[in-house]
Design a binder for this molecule. Sequence first.
Ligand code: ATP
Ligand code: MG
Length: 433
Amino acid sequence: MLESGHSQKGWTSPQESLRYLFMHITHLSLTNFRNYGRLELDLPLGSILLHGENAQGKTNLLEAIYYLATSRSPQADQDSQLINWDAAEAGDSVVVGRLIAQVATQAGSRHIEIRLIQEQGLSLRDGQRSFRRQALVDRRKVRLMDLLGNLRVVMFLPQDMQIVTGSPSERRRYLDITLCQIDPIYCRTLSGYNKTVEQRNALLRQIGEGTSSQDLLPVYSDKLIELGSRIFARRSLFLGELAREAQRVHYEELTKGTESIRLRYLPRLQENGSGSRGSVGPLIALSEWLQENQMDQPAIQAKFSEALAAAQANDIARGATSVGPHRDDWRFWINGRDLSRYGSRGQQRSAILALKMAEINWMNAATGESPILLLDEVLAELDEHRREMLLSYVLKSSQALLTATDPAMFTAGFMKQSTSMTVSNGRVQPDDD
Ligand SMILES: Nc1ncnc2c1ncn2[C@@H]1O[C@H](COP(=O)(O)OP(=O)(O)OP(=O)(O)O)[C@@H](O)[C@H]1O
Ligand SMILES: [Mg+2]
């Protein structure tokens, strides 16, 4: 790993700052992705403003980059929705959507690709069209999971507020996508853990129905404890770091020293009784215990094992595993109160902004490279001070893509430092200076 990009000597040599800023996409190529039939686009370093009328393909372009980085869409619930619908309906037996990014990093240049493959015939098994994905790094097939980390992004979306106000699953999703971008071991552990939860739940249902005995349960429980304890520890470490940075950014940069927020991990290391949103006290205590015992895997395993045993009878009755990181949550508090319930919209928005800025700083520190920033129509919602703060992050990053219907909201100074491009009906054209 690289040392920090800031030199101890108090100045930064050109090479050093170049290294620090390195990760960026030099070329993006899309085929049959959303409303892009075919796109070949060179991208410069620095900030890039994509402007155009509604429904032209601005968000789709950011989605493509996000998808290449995370293998997830920020919005589609089914990946088959990503394939260009004209191509899907043209009647060919196989339709391939293709996303390719040529990425420059401090380790050299990389070619990363995802193929979305849809067979047109209906499968005999479930009557659906078959759909699969392939990932390639430098033209060699890899598991989708192994694509992660080759391109790192932080995305800002108008619907990010759901991270505060939405369900715990939304917050876990954010957590996992962020961590997976820098920690492939975490990602593999998580995938194994999720499979184990499914298998254990299937067994719990069979036990409940009387079609299986309890003999096999310890096998799945042990695996769950082994993998789950590592996830608890990693999330605790990560959220601790992110919380500190988000609190700092919120206090120092966003609210000019007037308001502080607190972000806390709520690990489901114990059943939470009624399930009401108010009863977080015991989970906060567990969170603090985890902070102190992050490195002590046997202690975490013992605690998780105890919780599983205590929940076992209920779990059999319900046919589902009620404790474990798949039920984790984390939340913000403002002035000691739950932000999702008591915060104003402006306060919620500031918290999200602080979280994302902290994510950028955390990725910088963790990898020595600045992530690519993707901002979809978020500036219009911010007041002048917050807009300025966010734009300062944009101007510091190696590459940032911003969308706007109205470029007039950007200052002349900002426009001078940015490349602007017009998006129109699935085409992208750099503007003349
Ligand atoms: N699978 C698909 N195939 C073809 N077109 C699609 C597909 N999915 C979405 N689209 C269309 O792509 C167009 C562009 O969508 P996009 O969200 O990128 O617009 P936008 O430029 O961000 O607009 P806005 O300013 O309203 O946010 C829309 O008309 C949308 O209906
Ligand atoms: Mg849009």
